[in-house]
Design a protein around this ligand. Structure first.
Ligand code: FCB
Length: 466
């Protein structure tokens, strides 16, 4: 398989996010984020680490752009730290914070790499959280003002904009399960949060269209194909319920302007919505959420296999033996990427799709002293190879896939798991901040380059059809 199977202009990228790599949390006028606060509470981060230094990318970004240039990627998905731009959440824009991204964007463009910018990759200013964060409708205006400030500064150069990363994670991990910042446990609150995220997406798209004419705007969802563990009616209904909460709660409003009726009924039945129902939905909201976008970003890590638990509640099971799971406990299931892409195309017909994240956490073999060359990571290489094959299959079936971003350029702060989980194409030694290529980095580089050779256009990042 070569990249020749991928369409012209395909974006080959790597992805990161600000909170996971930048560090320098108190420099350049940056305000506190909800993840700084959450990580400061003992017990919240499994390995006891925190994001205050992370990969020190704030100081080492030039070196990191160089890593990307060596990979031969033509796109880089990164996020802007909201509290660098609006340290107090509202009001004064910190021009110094924007200077950092201004220089990064210029550095990327000079290296032939297109910046693919995410506005909200979870690091909300703590000052906004102090006023309710995403549970408050005021966060919608705050996010819109933030989108305006960033796109006024970068809109002349950035051609791809993402409003939010994975609203399901923000709403459910952050506000229902308490497993992510801000650590709340309120199922009803999570649905309100999800609505405010979606509404602010629609508002921000309008702002981006104004400030960055001709640029493409979209949202990134974490999506999984959902399968019932058995054919029993109870397991099948549990799979339907899981799909409603995880996938359709976001896809239906974005592409159809309404929450899925069966999923709303589930939430009422489960006591997650009180008698007032969807009282956070105001006239005009749903049309704003369904504002047409230029692409959907799909983050894909695994499928969900679901059985009915007590009361029929959906419970995810591990369909393969534990020794076949990644270090996150997630099953590598490449075919699921093809399945979710085809389904999204069939049921929602987005104008275009990018795989905005895909990757796997694996530990390294014990260090071989003075072993030459890259760090061996055969399981990550196979993960990438098989998922790119699945992406190619989806394209062959007519899916308008326009880009693929490997998660991640380098190891980083993996949220509640801390730095112990390693997703990088490059290894990071946190004591020295040295980056070392893994074999997967070389494999990805060669995969991209092979396409250029096959297409007989080695100087270009764009690929022609065979
Ligand atoms: C996704 C997040 C990303 C990273 C990967 C492993 O859910 O968007 O920041 O943590 O998982």
């Amino acid at each position: 398989m070569g990249v020749a199977a991928f369409p012209a202009g395909f974006l080959w990228g790597v992805a990161t996010s600000a909170q996971q790599i930048e560090g320098a949390v108190a420099e350049g006028g940056r305000g506190e984020s909800i993840w700084d606060r959450y990580a400061s509470v003992p017990g919240n981060i499994k390995d006891g680490s925190d994001p205050s230094v992370a990969c020190d990318h704030f100081h080492r970004w030039r070196e990191d752009v160089e890593l990307m240039r060596e990979l031969g990627v033509n796109a880089y998905r990164f996020s802007i730290a909201w509290p660098r731009v609006l340290p107090s959440g509202v009001g004064r824009v910190n021009a110094g914070g924007l200077d950092f991204y201004d220089a990064l964007v210029d550095g990327l463009l000079a290296a032939g790499i297109s910046p693919f910018v995410t506005l909200n990759h979870w690091d909300v200013p703590q000052a906004l959280q102090d006023h309710g964060g995403w549970t408050s409708r005021a966060a919608v205006d705050a996010f819109t003002a933030y989108a305006d400030a960033v796109s006024r500064r970068l809109g002349d150069r950035v051609r791809h904009w993402v409003t939010h990363n994975e609203p399901w994670c923000v709403a459910h991990l952050g506000y229902e399960r308490g497993a992510h910042a801000p650590g709340h446990r309120s199922p009803g609150g999570a649905l309100r949060v999800a609505h405010h995220l979606l509404l602010s997406h629609g508002r921000a798209v309008e702002v981006l269209r104004r400030n960055a004419p001709g640029a493409e705007a979209g949202i990134v969802l974490l999506l999984s194909p959902v399968e019932a563990a058995t054919d029993s009616p109870a397991d099948r209904d549990a799979a339907r319920e899981f799909d409603g909460e995880f996938n359709r709660w976001y896809l239906d409003p974005l592409f159809g302007g309404a929450y899925p009726a069966d999923a709303v009924a589930d939430r009422v039945r489960r006591g997650h919505l009180d008698g007032a129902g969807l009282d956070f939905v105001f006239p005009g909201d749903m049309a704003c959420i369904a504002t047409p976008t230029d692409f959907l970003g799909v983050n894909y890590y695994s499928r969900a296999v679901v059985r009915a638990g007590p009361d029929g509640r959906p419970l995810q099971i591990r369909p393969v033996p534990d020794d076949q799971l990644t270090d996150m406990g997630w099953e590598a299931h490449p075919r699921g990427l093809r399945d979710i892409l085809v389904r999204v195309r069939d049921e929602y017909a987005p104008a275009a799709i990018h795989v905005t994240e895909n990757g796997a956490a694996f530990g390294d073999p014990p260090a071989a002293p003075a072993a030459p060359g890259p760090i061996a990571d055969p399981r990550r290489v196979e993960f990438l190879r098989a998922h790119l094959e699945a992406a190619r299959d989806a394209i062959a079936e007519g899916v308008p896939l326009r880009g693929y971003f490997a998660w991640s350029l380098m190891d980083n702060f993996e949220w509640g798991e801390g730095v112990a989980r390693r997703f990088g194409l490059h290894h990071v030694d946190y004591a020295t901040q040295q980056r070392t290529a893994r074999a997967s980095a070389h494999w990805y580089r060669d995969f991209i380059a092979r396409g250029a050779i096959e297409d007989d256009a080695p100087q270009h990042h764009t690929r022609r059809r065979p």
